[in-house]
Design a protein around this ligand. Sequence first.
Ligand SMILES: *Cc1c(COP(=O)(O)O)cnc(C)c1O
Length: 407
Amino acid sequence: MEALKKFDGAYWRSLFDSRVGKTTWPYGSGVWSKKEWVLPEIDPDDIVSAFEGNSNLFWAERFGKQFLGMNDFWVKHCGISHTGSFKDLGMTVLVSQVNRLRKLKRPVFGVGCASTGDTSAALSAYCAAAGIPSIVFLPANKISTAQLVQPISNGALVLSIDTDFDGCMKLIREVTSELPIYLANSLNSLRLEGQKTAAIEILQQFDWEVPDWVIVPGGNLGNIYAFYKGFKMCQELGLVNRIPRLVCAQAANANPLYLYYKSGWKEFKPLKANTTFASAIQIGDPVSIDRAVFALRNSNGIVEEATEEELMDAMALADSTGMFICPHTGVALTALIKLRNSGVIGSDDRTVVVSTAHGLKFTQSKTDYHSGDIPGMGRFANPPVLVKADFGSVMDVLKDFLLSKKK
Ligand SMILES: *Cc1c(COP(=O)(O)O)cnc(C)c1O
């Protein structure tokens, strides 16, 4: 920070703005356009990038007006990215550094991670691009097919282990302490250095105006801290003069941070996470718990939770206004709906929900919801109508449809 402070906020703002939309290697990437703040000394030749970042900040006008009574509601679509989740932002940094270490002939044979799906997808893609072996530990039958097929396609060694994420995490930590395999989980701060650029990007997309609230779904809790760090650096280096209030949103089936918050930060108890449609945050013993508490306490933050029905309904509502979000984003939207209903978030507050993955990775749960295959769920289901292949039958359906729209 001392070195960065040699330049003022105006310098950094115009430097970052000057790189947007350019293809000059590696600054066209949303992460590496902030290289001086991320990993300053690395040689551009060592960087492994897929031009991640620069994701759409979507003005969710219809959802905001219709369901929240808000004018200034935005969704930061971090999942519109190389492997379909925000994990790319951190993985480009970590794999670049490993690439550099290997060129320096350090004994790094490969990179490994435990994952609820998206980390392994990002790790295997970036490693494959650089020709570095990758090894991923996945909980058997607990991730979506779309997530599983990514590391398989990218040539990773995939271990499907009969345990949950926390069990995989414990095993990979033991294995990497014995073997020359570099650990890629987010307790490694290189990941968070990349992920924090999404916060800087939000400020930049608002022309360096600070939103009032930013809501992030949290599991292992690295990302909520990364957002805090990105905002805080912008404040300390003079790019903006305040930071937003942060909200961390958890699934009620995997809510150790929520319970800790509700206890007034008195007692943290790891728990056994239950199954949730928000499978990437099905974590009971988050490694970045202390960092998350630090971030929330220093941003006047809040923790909320979402039941399975709430998160699936919120996702369906958002989709019906033109988005196609993942269940984790449904968790964050539920938090917003609750905080709007309780009046904590005001109708004029500029609010950003961070969308963490692309909805196309989670089509099975959406399909099940809309076909009414999930017991007790489907308030906003929109199942396809089966029709005989004749003119009369099709006309009958359409007449009913037009009549129902008229009402
Ligand atoms: C990893 C992930 C999260 C949670 O991020 P943490 O840093 O573990 O809290 C949320 N949503 C999706 C889609 C993810 O892949």
